[in-house]
Design a protein around this ligand. Sequence first.
Ligand code: ZN
Length: 324
Amino acid sequence: MVGRIVHVPCLKCHQEELEAGRLPSLKSYEILTPDTGIALFECNQHHHNAVLIQEQTFEILLELAIENLVDKYYREAIFNFAAAQERCFEFFCELISFEKQISADNFSQCWKIYKNSSERQLGAFYFLYLMRFNVPFEYNQKKSELRNNVIHKGEIATKDNAFEYGIYILNNIYNIIEAITENISPKILNEFISKKNTEKSSKINGKYYISTLSASILSWQVATPKELEQEKLLQQYSKLHPQEYAHKVAEANKLGKKILNIDYNGNLIIVDAPDPNLKKIDGHYVGRKSLDELIENVTQIKNHYTLTKSGNVECASVIDCTNI
Ligand SMILES: [Zn+2]
């Protein structure tokens, strides 16, 4: 996924080809991600598809902002960076309410008051952050002036403006993800994300073939020093013995809930995967990337999409989903 553009196959066509003993064709459909997180489209065989976008809205907006930088739309980049931060604040407030076992209805009723004001959302986030982690969130009020000049005073943003603001917002978002992943129980976080996805899928009626898509440019990975060491050893091993490594990966995937490790004798072994709901005692957030690295990622995805589009991508017949 890059920004709002997604290339996806028709799930039903894919299933039918497999059942008929054929290799599924590479044909896919180009769709745009709607705000609901559910993209509905009809393939050229008239199958109705629903694609659940599992990324949070702030992750999609951040991708859009970075795509704007790649395309040199600097004013639009600032708009999208600002929106990504606001939606990240909302995500945080909703998560903390969920952790405190506040019902979704009560949260929605309360959030209505904040929804239409950036300053109110900042205030709600700032105090909830303080109450939850006992330290204030480091927030640079001066950077809001840059945003306000572009958004409210019609100032035409320069490349330097957009990059300065982008680095600042990215750092804020990473700080929030770091605070969440290192302090909030993974069980709570997983239940919260799963609840949000269930809410989305419950809106889709039975005639749709439902598939899910998750390809955020942001990583939520927490790792222990031991796991990081294993990652290094596995990389080295896969370069030295690529065939054996690929074979073991397939074996581990088949077994389910297994991962690869290198033992004390330097052998490749299959071990139990850690429980995703258990907090890693000496774990740290390891997903941070620089803006330049994310720009490189988005550029690669865009190039890939341009190449695939030249052969196998068709325009989907998008179904209006404003009422779901
Ligand atoms: Zn189809």
